[in-house]
Design a protein around this ligand. Structure first.
Ligand code: TYD
Length: 241
């Protein structure tokens, strides 16, 4: 019996064989290789740059294009991610009121990411689903390399799955600080204008390095209106469909 194999949106193949259900994506093999994994898209930027809002819009838009999308974020709400949130608000058990070391943050974020990759991201991609993550390894490279050596932070993260596309929402520290100060009185440890300016510079520097290594990173001016940013994000994502 011969199989007709049309390509579906997002690189997923459907197997059209009389008597065989159409949705058999995860079992489909061609020339000995699994035909298509989903795409991994990450939103990055300093606090207040809109990564949460824009990753939600992007996921909704990808769904409207017929894709099966998993939305996720870091720090996660899993075991290590919860510890990180406590550390960010100076509430890590046994270290209450203290700002923990940059190295400890780097290790915690790397551990959270490994668990996130194994438990959420990689299984979804392998099933042909698309994954949209609000932050991932570029956050560690940008934030943690302000206090630690970039090479060491990269080594901690060397087993992570690289993004198919990273959207870097670039915004000046002053504008970003004003944006989230309207909503919040208590600031996490990275949320001062000086630290944010250093982290922004770090993002731009690390993005240059990763681009030279072949990563696909699109930089978008996040000082524009939300819908203008969303439209630019959609244009970038359209290139992956
Ligand atoms: P954030 O996305 O702001 O989470 P939430 O919106 O729930 O507060 O992330 C929390 C902070 O953690 C933010 O300041 C960025 C920082 N961060 C790192 O320093 N390194 C990392 O690897 C990640 C993922 C986040």
């Amino acid at each position: 019996m011969s199989a007709r194999i049309p390509r579906m949106r997002g690189g997923v193949f459907a197997c059209v064989v009389p008597g065989v259900p159409v949705d058999c994506r995860s079992e489909l093999w061609m020339d000995g290789a699994l035909m298509s994994e989903g795409k991994f898209i990450v939103f990055e930027g300093i606090d207040g740059s809109g990564t949460t809002t824009q990753s939600r819009f992007a996921a909704e838009w990808l769904r409207s294009e017929g894709l099966d999308v998993v939305e996720t974020f870091e720090p996660t709400d899993r075991a290590v991610g919860r510890l990180i949130r406590l550390a960010l608000s100076r509430q890590l058990p046994g270290r209450e009121g203290e700002e923990v070391e940059a190295e400890l943050f780097a290790l915690l974020f790397a551990a959270d990411r490994l668990d996130h990759m194994k438990g959420v991201i990689v299984p979804a991609l392998e099933r042909g689903r698309w994954v949209v993550s609000d932050r991932c390894y570029l956050s560690s490279f940008a934030y943690q390399s302000v206090g630690c050596e970039l090479d060491w932070v990269r080594a901690l993260n060397r087993h992570v799955r690289r993004a198919d596309l990273t959207v870097l929402l670039d915004l000046g520290a002053q504008t970003a600080y004003q944006r989230f100060s309207v909503e919040r009185k208590d600031h996490d440890v990275f949320e001062t204008v000086e630290k944010m300016a250093a982290i922004r510079a770090s993002y731009l520097r690390v993005a240059d390095i990763l681009e030279r290594e072949g990563e696909q990173i699109v930089r978008i001016d996040a000082s524009q209106a939300i819908d203008v940013v969303a439209a630019e994000v959609r244009d970038a994502l359209a290139g992956l469909l």
